[in-house]
Each structure stands twice: as C-alpha cells, then as structure tokens.
Design a protein around this ligand. Structure first.
Ligand SMILES: Cc1cc2nc3c(=O)[nH]c(=O)nc-3n(C[C@H](O)[C@H](O)[C@H](O)COP(=O)(O)O)c2cc1C
Length: 219
C-alpha cells in the first residue's frame, strides 16, 4: 500500500493561508485519482522534532566522524539522535511527499530547513561513494507548492529565490525525484487580485496532482 506524506510549514492555518488552501486542493485532486494511497498530514509548526543543537551535533560527529557506537554516546545525545533516526525512518516509509510553504525572506520558513536537517543521515538516506555522495531514497517522488508575496518568475528577482531551489536540491541529494513546483506568486503586491491569483493557483495545483498521481517515479 503506497503512502503520501503531506508536510506544511505555515503557522497561519487553513482559514488564513492561501498556500494551505492550494495544498488542500492538491490533496483532494490527488485523492480522487488515487483513493488507495494513504495520506498523513504533518504541520511542522505543531510537530515536536529534534533541532540541531549541541547534543545532536556532537552525537552526529561521534557516530559519523569517529566511529562511535550508540552506547558510547551520552544519554541525552543517544536520546536525541534516536529521535532523529525515528523521524527519518518514518519519512523513508513514504512513497510521495508534498511540501507546502510560503516564501519567507527569500527562502522557506526556517522550520522547514530544521526538519530537513533530520533527514540527512549518512548510511541511511545517502551514502558516501567513490564517486561522491549518492542519494538512497530512490523510487520516491516529491512536489513543492510554494506561495510568494512578490513576483519573481520572469523578473530580475528570480535568481534571489532560495526556498524552492534549496528544497529541490536537498530532496534531490537524497535521491528523491522532485517534480516541477507549483508556484503561486504576487499575492502581496496585488491585493485586489488575490482571489484571481488563488483560483489560478488552485487550478494549477489540481492539474499537477493528477500528473503527480499517475506518473511513476523515474528511479
Ligand atoms: C516573515 C515573512 C517574510 C516574507 N518574505 C517574503 C519574501 O521574501 N518574498 C516574497 O515574495 N514574499 C514574502 N512574504 C510574503 C509571503 O510569501 C506571502 O504572504 C505568502 O506566501 C502568502 O501565502 P500564505 O497566505 O499561504 O501565507 C513574507 C511573509 C512573511 C510572513
């Protein structure tokens, strides 16, 4: 049975967030196409997950750099790294990933990067090989639904965008096939056009969901 993980990074809630509405439309369309796929929703602003603090950085260094075993870590280091591994193991069990986030200060909300930091585990999600790093999460696919207040596509601002770009690079590094993102932009510079921009975003998301639901992962 295939599974989809729906990850949102917006504290505004469904009523106020345009991006979350676009995300719901995507999910609805996906579910119509693939009712047998199980969906789990994760709101990063309510999820309790490990942060890269001193204990975790130390544990990571000891395990990856110095060949320590789990029982050679301090109790707190072990507790935190096991939580990180649990989160990564759960993530690995999914086949589809949908990320929904707004652009904040040219990037994604920091909480999304903090979550992704839990997934970079050598030997589990990627491997060091003679030819460089190799992603191990193959046969999975992801898509990013991003909203923006300004207009970046087709403008000199385009090169400044770092959130969608980072997410694609990070997931691609782990071996996940990342489909083209659904970008809905210009919300804050065109307040009177919000309903129109939102409707277009929802339409694009529904179309993308049909493609996402039916095109198999390349690897
Ligand atoms: C903290 C913060 C930073 C923001 N930075 C940007 C930005 O750099 N570029 C941009 O186009 N919009 C920026 N915005 C606007 C949001 O991207 C926009 O309002 C949002 O994507 C609309 O979708 P939502 O209703 O789902 O939140 C920012 C908004 C916030 C709250």
């Amino acid at each position: 049975m295939e599974k989809l993980l729906y990850i949102t990074a917006n504290p505004k809630g469904l009523e106020k967030s345009k991006g979350l509405k676009i995300g719901e439309a995507f999910l609805e369309s996906f579910q119509q196409e693939r009712p047998e796929v199980t969906i789990k929703k994760v709101d990063l602003f309510s999820l309790d997950f490990p942060q890269m603090d001193a204990d975790l950085v130390s544990a990571r260094g000891k395990l990856a750099g110095y060949g320590y075993t789990m029982d050679q870590l301090t109790d707190i280091e072990r507790e935190k790294i096991l939580k990180m591994h649990d989160l990564a193991n759960d993530f690995i069990s999914y086949d589809y990933f949908v990320f929904v986030s707004p652009m904040w200060n040219l990037n994604s909300p920091a909480i999304l990067k903090a979550y992704i930091d839990n997934l970079f585990i050598a030997g589990k999600t990627f491997a060091h090989t003679a030819n460089g790093p190799k992603g191990l999460l193959t046969n999975k696919k992801a898509i990013h639904l991003q909203t923006r207040g300004g207009q970046y596509t087709g403008t000199p601002m385009e090169a400044l965008e770092s959130g969608d770009r980072y997410l694609k690079i990070a997931l691609g590094f782990l071996g996940i096939e990342v489909r083209d993102s659904v970008i809905t932009e210009g919300f804050d510079i065109n307040p009177v056009k919000v309903p129109e921009i939102l409707a277009k975003g929802i339409e694009n998301a529904k179309l993308a969901a049909k493609d996402f639901a039916h095109t198999p992962a390349l690897v």
